[in-house]
Design a protein around this ligand. Sequence first.
Ligand code: MTE
Length: 327
Amino acid sequence: MSFVHIRPDWQLPEKLVTLESAYIKRRQFLKNLAGFGLGLTATSCAGRSLSSEGMEELSRTFGEPIRDFVTNPAFADAGRPVTDQLFASRYNNFYEFGLTKNIWSNAQKLPTDPWTLEVSGLVKNPKTYDLDDLYQKFPLEERIYRFRCVEAWAMVVPWLGFPMNKVLEDVEPTSEAKYVRFESFYDERITEGPAISFSDLPWPYHEGLRIDEMANDLAFFAVGIYGRTMPKQHGAPIRMVVPWKYGFKGAKSIVKIEFLAEQPATYWNTISPNEYKFEANVEPDVSHPRWSQKRERMVGEGVALDWETRETLIYNGFGEYVAGLYA
Ligand code: MTE
């Protein structure tokens, strides 16, 4: 299979990308895209204002209110203000629907009803859940987590969902199962995404965890956000949230989970193994080859080109829960 050598430097406004080398690579990336006949402009939309009609349209994507949940007291305060939903919901990475952050409108094409989530592989009880099964089986809780993208932007997000270990209890992996593979929805007639040799990319989006990472209490399946069902741009109707890892580990719109004996390939690691590791834990002292990870920019705080920056925390501040996994 031949892959377009696409680097997810993910539309940071050029002024935010400090390293000269990053800037040059980025130009190369855009040139490569142009080579595929696509004129692409980098956009950051978090600081860009929307018209009042735009705001209204955006707020119509917010999903239905969920009333039946408890806030988990251990995760009721992330130590930073929760990101305004009007920023979080129009600053997304969802490459199936385009290369910019501004995919919220295009993502409304995602068909989410009916939806099934198939769990298979090395388990005693393979399952195919529909949405009613998920809602009935797994009581919902709210968790406010820091969320850190490998691009060095960050948010604080109130997710609604259930710990992944509830699914482990339900399907009972066998003793041979050591890894888990997660696969996102993909239908090229719908997702379209960037109009570059799209079919050469390793779709569907897929991610993986070690089984002990999946069993960790922090690992979460989210079916909602900000008290409502999941907006499509955030990965409706169900997505992964692994808050001590970079955001790309959290596959959106999951349709399939498979338990395996061997470590599975993953989407960004297949495209650029040197830049996006399987493990992908948030580590301030481990630089991305093209930028430092020591600090992060909080989406929505300040204007786009002058976002407030904060120190990156090891394991995104969740070391007490997860450091033991990597001892
Ligand atoms: N899942 C799918 N299917 N496709 C994607 O492009 N992008 C990832 C992750 N999950 C992505 C995905 C990346 S790079 C990030 S940072 C987060 O989704 C962004 O989540 P958000 O848009 O809800 O903030």
